[in-house]
Design a protein around this ligand. Structure first.
Ligand SMILES: C[S@@+](CC[C@H](N)C(=O)[O-])C[C@H]1O[C@@H](n2cnc3c(N)ncnc32)[C@H](O)[C@@H]1O
Length: 278
């Protein structure tokens, strides 16, 4: 991981389409995150801080884990997306989920959380270990720290001569995340970040959705991810909207998968959790 002094530009942009993509993404990674919270020990009655809530999917999942006697506070720097998050929490009938706009590293927050969780957020922070050190000051003793993030650098290992389109997408994707200043190897770096933040060594898992069937939603999701990435790809001179040809992309990926008989691997996620001493 590079020693950055600035946060990454939010690589995926801030469009309404991006909010939809985050929800679509959550559906594909839902079981990964649920298994993660189960083994982390998120349980009924807990008070949980969700870092970088986006459209609210992680906070809504946590709300199910903590039940009506627990509480969830979700934070995001983007106040607009939190309106979607709050509407979704209200529509689901969760009276115990609240969202607050601001940078989680500088907001005034209580110091009695039972757990702090975050998915796909540390990769955008200039110094994730420093951020984590600050965040855990909001935990009670014995509190849980649980972060899930993506490992984009390892993605290159799945390129294959029979999948030129997927290989190209991987290269474009890595180039734009790198250009934006995001940490490409955030997943593998979670271990070091926990240890450098002074936390007990985390338990780690590595998971990724994969698929091949024509009706698998991963094809559309990957194409929509490129829809969000295209503005920065153009700004950085990596590729144009014409090169990417978004409207036919999902179908072209699916055809390549069917022809090559190589399943599509979505970005791998690494989960890390630990607890403070009691
Ligand atoms: C990729 S989204 C993930 C959303 C959600 N956690 C999920 O997995 O569906 C990352 C979110 O983190 C937010 N974010 C990034 N840095 C932040 C910070 N320092 N404080 C609060 N939110 C932050 C971004 O605005 C963005 O909405």
């Amino acid at each position: 991981m590079s020693n950055q002094t600035r946060d990454a530009e939010y690589t995926m942009g801030r469009s309404a389409g991006e909010t939809e993509r985050l929800i679509e993404q959550s559906q594909l990674y839902d079981d990964v995150t649920r298994r993660f919270f189960l083994r982390s020990g998120i349980a009924k009655g807990m008070k949980v801080l969700d870092v970088g809530s986006g459209a609210g999917d992680v906070a809504l999942t946590v709300a199910e884990f903590v039940g009506p006697d627990g509480t969830v506070i979700g934070i995001d720097v983007n106040p607009d997306i939190l309106k979607t998050a709050q509407d979704r929490a209200d529509a689901a009938g969760f009276a115990n989920v609240e969202f607050i706009a601001g940078d989680v590293r500088t907001l005034e927050l209580p110091n009695d959380f039972d757990a702090i969780v975050g998915r796909l957020v540390l990769l955008y922070m200039a110094d994730p270990a420093e951020a984590l050190k600050k965040l855990v000051t909001h935990l009670r003793s014995g509190g849980i720290v649980a972060f899930q993030d993506t490992e984009l650098a390892l993605y290159r290992t799945v390129t294959h001569p029979d999948t030129p389109l997927i290989n190209q997408l991987i290269e474009w994707g890595l180039a734009v995340f790198e250009g934006s200043g995001a940490h490409l190897n955030m997943g593998m770096e979670l271990y070091r970040v926990f240890v450098d933040a002074g936390l007990p060594e985390p338990t780690l898992h590595f998971e990724a959705p994969m698929g091949g069937p024509e009706d698998w939603p991963g094809f559309e999701y990957l194409a929509n991810s490129f829809r969000s990435l295209v503005p920065l790809m153009e700004a950085y001179g990596i590729a144009t909207a014409e090169d990417v040809d978004i409207d036919t992309l999902a179908e072209r990926i699916q055809v390549e998968v069917a022809t090559s008989k190589r399943p599509l691997l979505l970005p791998p996620h690494i989960t890390a959790h630990t607890s403070l001493p009691a």
